[in-house]
Design a protein around this ligand. Sequence first.
Ligand code: DON
Length: 349
Amino acid sequence: MSVHPRIRRRIVGVVFVIAAAVTLTFSLRAQSNVQSAVNAAHSRYQGLREGKNADYIPALAKVDPNLFGIAVVTGDGRVYSAGDVRTEVSIQSISKVFTMARVIQDQGPESIEKRIGVDATGMRFNSIVSVEFAKKILGGPELNPLVNPGAITATSMVQGNTADEVWAKILGTHNDFAGRQLSVLQDVYKSESDTNQRNQAIGMLMYAYEYIKSNPAQATDLYTRQCSIGVNAKDLAVMAATLAFGGRNPVTGKQAINAEYVPYVLAVMATAGLYDDSGKWLYHTGLPAKSGVGGGIIAVSPGNFGIAVVSPPLDDAGNSVRAQRSIRDISNALNGNPYAATGRRQTAN
Ligand code: DON
């Protein structure tokens, strides 16, 4: 049956309008789901008073324990947030992820595996026993770049002729992931430099055991500086989202790390991101994540969203209490657990 061209054009037009309306409705509903999950977690945990600021770095004890911000970033670069997502805290151990990413990008995934290892230690993040155990009992590279000994070693692996050159690469990598120019919180850097004798000892030990090849004092100093970079919850969520979307920053569009290397970074986060509580965390969320003693946690739902929470009070393992609870709830609400994929999973986009 032949249809008059004018009628055909009208039918096509109507179908197009309906399709656009359906797409818009789904997209608005997904957006409002994300925002409601973020709002719900913020109001649920705002009054939670468990945990305590880190105080072994004196500047961290002074940060307001009520600071609480949540941000989620999706693949279209949208930012959903609640609470204070502007105040900066020091990035601390979350920086270990991005320095590791830099080494993997420049020297390949084997560089980290062969020199440091990619296995959980099951011990605290600044354990010296874990170094002795790896050396004397396991006899090989059996640490990972997210505990202090492995992280100081990873920092020592960033290439450059001078400390300034190495620092420019470390900070530049953090900037690319965050999508803006970050800077060091000088009060935190000074406070940690004055009190980091244990990390200095770890740096020396890693040199003695030939994980670090030269200048352990410089490696420990640059590591301390990278831990003092100031970030807010939104920065951290953009950094997490860059890992969630193949290494491409969804806000700026810049490729911060090659897509092929992202799975290696996420694997170490899954194994060791929350230290000796990493297994418990993965059991409940399935999300590669990383915590810092400044109170931040980032988590990544690959292809789905990046999330970050900043709230300084920590539990005994050194992980933010409000951040763990909020991320767990929000990820559940958004079907973020990659192990729960059914093939019908709805994304947050
Ligand atoms: O080296 C330290 O002790 C700190 N700059 C970082 C430790 C840290 O963030 C552990 N995270 N939960």
